[in-house]
Design a protein around this ligand. Structure first.
Ligand code: NAP
Length: 483
């Protein structure tokens, strides 16, 4: 199956922070892949901006080097010169006055205008104000902002207010790259385009949901940043919360940005506060030759969590009594992200010798190998009588949808294309972000005001034992963390 490619309109995309890590590692290589795929029309232009003083040619050299470094398979691609021709560069300090007139002169009337703020959030206000004051961004211009969107409710609100002074909500695209993943969008397709699942998608048939986002890497190299954040801020409040929303939301009346986001917001607002007994935070210790968290974070007294496991309850009709177990952490056994929807047992078994009862599970893998599998019970083949065995109905999206599994746009490619198209469905709205912080804030402030330390765990494991206990005490267990 080959996906249809629909070109976007002509655009001017300005990347503030074009010399930074995110731009070089993700945004520019992603744009190049869309160019190579034929997604961009003749009139697509990308303008880099940052304080570094360089001209267009030097910027093109830098982008060529970035693609060689971060997308090695395409370093000699014949499409590269055509992509570099689309690029130019304007030196601009977000807090200074130089360069804005030149940027204005480069913007073309009548094409889509987008401004990607790939800089520290403390510069968002400066950029927004200068874009408005220098009359660079028109009323339909789009701005794209990266995480972290605040570090608590108050700072998220302040950021929203800053942006709202110069841009309408319909112009603001808050990126959560999890929402750009093929599988995450497929959650909506699976739920709302099939008759098969939605009738079962409620407390009558679902026992619980578990979401795991596990990483094998630690925080070395970005310990200073991470230590100010922690797993609750860095992963749970945004990425895992978005996954919960997509699993739990009611069907929107239409696949329309505000209709979808209205339903997600209702889920966040229905979350019950988490009692302390329902949340476990952990911090990895040293293992083998690898340093532990405290050394990686260069903070021997740090109480920042590198792991969180928690039990969520959604106080609405559909999910009454269905726990959502979430866990995420660093230096765990394998790198994997998955959602498992675990169904209830049949009310009565007609089979005698079935061994351990196996419930149906719909497992949605976000990485590695995006796809889904549905575990169903069948008769064990052979003459041994009626014994049941569980088998997966397996679908890997790469195999099913791409000719060689390499053709799927990554999350950044998809999201930037959506910005150009003006489709906000996969971007967080301001009120969604604030609601998620309003839910997370009490947990974080209780940790920060208390004296308890996170539970230690050994690297290469599933996290602290207390996290296993969170499910064991409910008579359930986590799925194994494996790649
Ligand atoms: P970075 O490597 O430190 O890059 C920052 C960029 O901002 C550089 O291009 C820098 O270039 C520019 N800059 C700094 N001060 C400026 C100023 N006063 N005026 C204009 N440009 C200025 O940071 P990053 O990792 O790319 O992250 C950028 C944003 O994305 C941050 O908000 C970060 O939280 C977010 N983010 C990053 C990642 C990631 O993987 N890196 C992931 C998710 C979110 P000059 O020094 O030349 O000015």
């Amino acid at each position: 199956m080959v996906s249809r490619l629909i070109q976007v309109e002509d655009f001017d995309l300005v990347i503030f922070g074009a010399t930074g890590d995110l731009a070089r590692r993700k945004i520019l290589p992603g744009l190049f892949r869309r160019h190579a795929a034929g997604q961009f029309p003749q009139g697509a232009r990308i303008i880099g901006a940052a304080r570094t003083d360089m001209d267009d040619a030097a910027f093109r050299d830098d982008v060529r080097a970035a693609i060689a470094e971060f997308d090695t398979s395409r370093r000699d691609s014949p499409e590269l010169p055509g992509f570099l021709d689309r690029l130019s560069y304007v030196p601009i300090d977000a807090r200074g006055e130089g360069g804005w007139a030149e940027l204005r002169a480069r913007m073309r009337p009548g094409v889509v205008q987008a401004f990607y703020f790939s800089v520290a959030p403390s510069l968002f206000g400066d950029l927004a104000e200068r874009l408005a004051r220098h009359d660079i961004a028109g009323p339909d211009a789009r701005i794209v902002v990266e995480k972290p969107f605040g570090r608590d409710l108050a700072s998220a609100r302040a950021l929203n207010e800053t942006l709202a002074r110069h841009f309408a909500e319909r112009q603001i695209y808050r990126i959560d790259h999890y929402l750009g993943k093929e599988t995450v969008q497929n959650l909506m397709a699976v739920r709302f385009a099939n008759m098969l699942f939605e009738p079962l998608w409620n407390a009558h048939y679902i026992d619980h949901v578990q979401i795991t986002v596990a990483e094998t890497v630690g925080v070395a190299g970005r310990g200073a940043y991470y230590d100010q954040s922690g797993a609750m801020r860095d992963m749970v409040q945004n990425h895992l919360m978005q996954l919960v929303c997509l699993i739990a939301m009611e069907p929107p009346f239409h696949f329309d940005p505000n209709a979808v986001r209205d339903e997600k917001l209702k889920v966040i607002r229905a979350l019950e506060p988490i009692p302390p007994a329902d949340i476990v935070r952990g911090q990895y210790g040293a293992g083998g030759a690898e340093a532990g968290y405290l050394a990686d974070a260069e903070n021997p007294d740090s109480r920042t969590e590198s792991f969180v496991a928690l039990k969520l309850r959604i106080a609405n009709w559909r999910w009454q009594g269905v726990p959502f177990y979430l866990r995420t952490g660093k230096r765990l056994r394998a790198r994997t992200s998955e959602i498992a929807v675990v169904f209830r047992e049949p009310p009565h078994s007609i089979f005698d010798d079935t061994g351990e009862p196996q419930t149906n599970q719909l497992v949605i893998r976000l990485q590695p190998n995006e796809g889904m599998n549905l575990k169903v019970n069948i008769k064990e083949p052979g003459p041994g009588g009626m014994r049941l065995v569980q088998v997966p109905l397996d679908m890997s999206f790469a195999e099913a949808l791409g000719p060689d599994g390499t053709d799927m746009p990554d999350a950044y490619e998809r999201l930037i294309t959506d910005v150009i198209r003006g489709n906000q469905t996969l971007f967080m709205r301001g009120d969604e972000v604030e609601a998620a912080w309003a839910w997370a804030d009490p947990v974080i402030s209780a940790w920060e005001s208390g004296s308890a330390r996170p539970e230690p765990y050994d690297p290469g494991t599933s996290g602290p034992d207390q996290a296993l206990g969170l499910m064991h005490r409910d008579g359930r267990r986590w799925r194994e963390i494996k790649a």
